[in-house]
Design a protein around this ligand. Structure first.
Ligand code: SF4
Length: 195
């Protein structure tokens, strides 16, 4: 989508907060640690995680990395017979912190304009925040469906957290299987929200 490509160019050159100053978020000839862009088709579902891991690989790490949380997300998509391209996966904050130090509130405050733009461009039927901070941002609670500005929200635990324990992995996949049913319900209703 051209508008998303334009937005990604803007994000790549963004220096609106101190995270742009860390070398970890600058793509160079010797490293692929650029900022991480959203990936996939957001017409149905947009997943919003917190921010890219410092230990990531590549520009679209959801697509390229197949271990830990990304592996669990891929397994969950397999469980409902969807491909990685069927959903859009992005982050509330586009830059990493050094060695995954916690984000500060001002990082979210400065960067959330980009995820808001992504949502307004895709107008997804469902938004799935991944983890407690994204759930808080969208005003929801884990594994409880709710509305946010007319959009349906279904917060889930972050797959990296769930991937560490077999019990949480199973729960994540079982909860994930509710997503197609939510879409059926939403499709039988009315218009998608706006803000
Ligand atoms: S975190 Fe967001 S606001 Fe801060 S520099 Fe990166 S892209 Fe810009």
């Amino acid at each position: 989508m051209k508008d998303i490509d334009d937005l990604n160019l803007k994000i790549q050159s963004c220096e609106d907060c101190d995270l742009s100053k860390f070398g970890v978020n600058q793509r160079t000839e010797n490293t692929d640690r650029g900022k991480v862009m959203g990936y996939g088709d957001g017409a149905k579902v947009v997943f919003v995680a917190m921010n890219p891991s410092w230990f990531r690989h590549g520009f679209y790490c959801f697509r390229e990395d197949d271990f830990g949380g990304n592996k669990l997300l891929h397994d969950a998509l397999d469980a409902i017979n969807w491909s990685r391209d069927d959903v859009y996966v992005t982050n509330l904050v586009k830059c990493s912190t050094f060695k995954n130090e916690p984000l500060e509130e001002h990082h979210i405050a400065m960067c959330n304009k980009y995820v808001m733009k992504e949502i307004s461009l895709w107008k997804p039927k469902l938004i799935v925040p991944l983890g407690k901070q994204p759930a808080n941002f969208f005003g929801g609670h884990i594994y409880r469906k709710c509305l946010w500005h007319g959009y349906t929200i279904f917060p889930m635990y972050h797959p990296s957290f769930c991937s560490r324990e077999a019990e949480f992995r199973l729960q994540f996949i079982e909860e994930f299987k509710r997503i197609p049913k939510f879409l059926d319900e939403i499709n039988s209703q009315k218009k998608i929200g706006e803000f």
